[in-house]
Design a protein around this ligand. Sequence first.
Ligand SMILES: [Mn+2]
Length: 316
Amino acid sequence: MEIMLEEIPGFLQSRDKFYILTHQYPDGDTLGSACALAIALQKIGKKVKVLCNDKIPPKYDMLFEGVMSQNFEPECIVSVDVADVQLLGSKLEKFATKIELSIDHHASNKKFAMYQYTEPGSAATAEIIYNILKIMKIEIDIPLATCIYTGISTDTGCFRYANATPRSYRIAADMLEKGVDACKINRIMFDMKSRERLEIERKVLDSMEFFYDNKCAIIHVTQEMMQKANATDSDVEGLASIPRQIEGVLVGVTIREKKDGSFKISVRTDEEINASLICEKFEGGGHLCAAGCSMTGSLQEIKESIVDAIKDFILD
Ligand SMILES: [Mn+2]
């Protein structure tokens, strides 16, 4: 059932031992939100553990600086920024039916938790966490501010995407006033690249194909390409933004082969085309300009189905 934002503090206060679940292929928002909530709950004497299916990429280490690592049996399981239990990944799927509270900003959220709070107007789940901390009157120190700022800046592409609202900027400004080193965070999140990342980018650019009068660009990354570039999952994060950078491209698609041989599709669009509707054709979803889905089959078959699905959106 739905829960109101104002009810969340009472919910959290009435429980003591929390597991906070993040989504697989973690990003700055799921980890920033989870760590911010963990630090806040620790401040009021709760036991908290942040869990993720995947190994945390080193660039996010700073988010965990204020989070204690401890072992205990949970009394309450919370998920943050997780739109669907399938996104928990195989290591966390055992918790799928036990999630008591889900806090999320994806309009496509599958409402799997006992108590669900979804705010699609929020650019990042971290904005919702910020509002919860405000109601709880928790003092925002630098470790907390770092988590919140990182969540908002990463989900808005450093405040460049259409999802960034005046509120996103206001919360970020508040975090700057709390002493957060935004310049350092932005450099780590947006400028820094590993050598492996550059190698995989080189291969991915080679894979690019254009359709519909160059209005649609598709790139792919296979496990074989990743092996040749010695790239890990974190090295391929954010590749989805590449096709849409090209002048005249309205729909950018990234097809990424997962370890199990299935494919993850990321669609990025201009505001005039709804990325979420394209992905819903393949049982996925997301936001207006950024959405995703999963598919199985050969790379060529998948590419053909997607190109076909996009046709109605591009040619009208
Ligand atoms: Mn998010």
